[in-house]
Design a protein around this ligand. Structure first.
Ligand code: SF4
Ligand code: SF4
Length: 383
């Protein structure tokens, strides 16, 4: 009887141990610490480019306002980098280059930057948004203010989020349609050499320095919305981000999750600024992934979440962040050194344009630009 009890007891204990073993989480290898803090270095790279942008903005401001004030005040030379803010003009230059095999010398730096951003998006997803874009940094900063206020990241419900995300693609489609389909080759040449295109950067500066009431309210609404819903501009409205995100879909570099070692902690999804459900995916095939590497950093399990190339080659967060910095800076330096950076507009021509910037010569009507000939005809109609 005593033996039977002992046997029963041991059987129960074995069953308990087996059951406990079943409930035990899968054994996994923790990542070694300390880890490379990719978000800290990403932030430093963003700040570097933000500083470059502010410096370009200041230089351009003093250049334009020197001539607007009748050659009085502080003069700084025009920085060609300002052309990075002329995406439509650069897209038109791109079509001109496709068709003629020649570069336009009106805003060469703008085209150079567009080519760099497109190429880098193919190699490293839409890294431009995560590492370089000043609007991206402002948007993330406003979002972090919101997270402090609301103690969490607010999201739009899925039934609004999905259709709104298509807005930026509609805007992109509109611009691509206008530039690559609606405009004839003659229109392209007329636009590129028009007085309006030559001072498109000046007009853009004045858009912000002589801010209209409508612009002010639109910007304010965007700021407030960005505090409440992080990344409103980037996620729903930016056509540039849409273009780079679409190209990024074809990038060989992709976030891959090993579901055999994943412990479903969901840390990757919680930290993803693009709100991708990383913990549910084997491979992240999303146009919203901008290669920030936050998910890879936060994953606690070794060899579970990585940026990988086809064939399984891993790109460590350190390599990726350094690559994202060099991928923009080296080609920019190369374009500068090669001479394809400064335009062919003389100081005297700029002075004339800026002094007359409010003339109808520098207006456009739905993409139809004014030329000196058209203006002459308008001023002297045939009797
Ligand atoms: S999936 Fe990872 S790399 Fe891509 S945006 Fe989200 S956190 Fe960044
Ligand atoms: S962070 Fe994501 S991939 Fe890594 S273990 Fe947790 S759920 Fe899995």
């Amino acid at each position: 009887m005593k033996n039977a009890n002992t046997i029963n007891k041991s059987v129960n204990m074995a069953e308990t141990r087996a059951a406990a073993k079943k409930r035990q989480p899968l054994k996994y290898k923790r990542k070694p610490t300390p880890r490379f803090d990719s978000q800290k270095y990403r932030g430093l790279i963003q700040l570097f480019w933000f500083g470059v942008t502010v410096w370009i903005g200041l230089q351009f401001y003093f250049f334009v306002y020197y001539y607007l004030a009748g050659e009085k005040g502080i003069y700084l030379p025009r920085p060609p980098g300002v052309e990075g803010f002329l995406p439509i003009s650069s897209l038109i230059s791109l079509r001109h280059t496709f068709e003629t095999g020649q570069f336009s010398w009106v805003h060469p730096a703008g085209l150079a930057l567009l080519l760099i951003f497109i190429t880098v998006s193919f190699a490293l997803r839409k890294s431009f948004c995560a590492y370089m874009c000043p609007v991206g940094l402002v948007s993330e900063s406003l979002g972090s203010v919101g997270r402090k206020i609301f103690k969490k990241r607010l999201k739009l419900p899925a039934f609004l989020d999905y259709p709104l995300r298509s807005l930026k693609y509609l805007l992109l489609a509109f611009f691509l349609y206008a530039v690559f389909y609606q405009m004839s080759s003659a229109d392209i040449t007329t636009f590129l050499n028009s007085p309006y295109n030559k001072v498109a950067d000046v007009k853009m500066l004045l858009f912000f320095t002589r801010v209209s009431e409508v612009t002010f309210w639109v910007l304010l609404v965007l700021v407030v919305l960005s505090v409440i819903y992080e990344g409103v501009w980037c996620r729903y409205l930016c056509p540039y981000g849409a273009l780079l995100g679409f190209i990024g879909l074809f990038s060989p570099a992709k976030i891959k999750r090993n579901k055999n070692t994943c412990i479903d902690c969901m840390k990757c999804s919680k930290v993803c600024p693009a709100r991708i459900k990383v913990h549910k995916m084997k491979t992240v095939h999303s146009d919203e992934c901008f290669g920030c590497m936050a998910c890879v950093d936060v994953c606690p399990v070794q060899d579970t979440l990585d940026m990988k190339l086809p064939g399984g080659t891993k790109i460590s967060p350190k390599t990726y962040v350094i690559a994202a910095f060099l991928a923009f800076s080296i080609p920019i330096l190369a374009f500068k050194i090669s001479g394809y950076w400064h335009n062919n507009i003389s100081e005297a021509e700029y002075r004339e344009h800026i002094e007359n910037i409010d003339s109808p010569l520098y207006h456009h009507n739905r993409g139809q630009v004014m030329t000196r000939e058209k203006l002459k005809q308008l001023n002297n109609p045939p009797h």
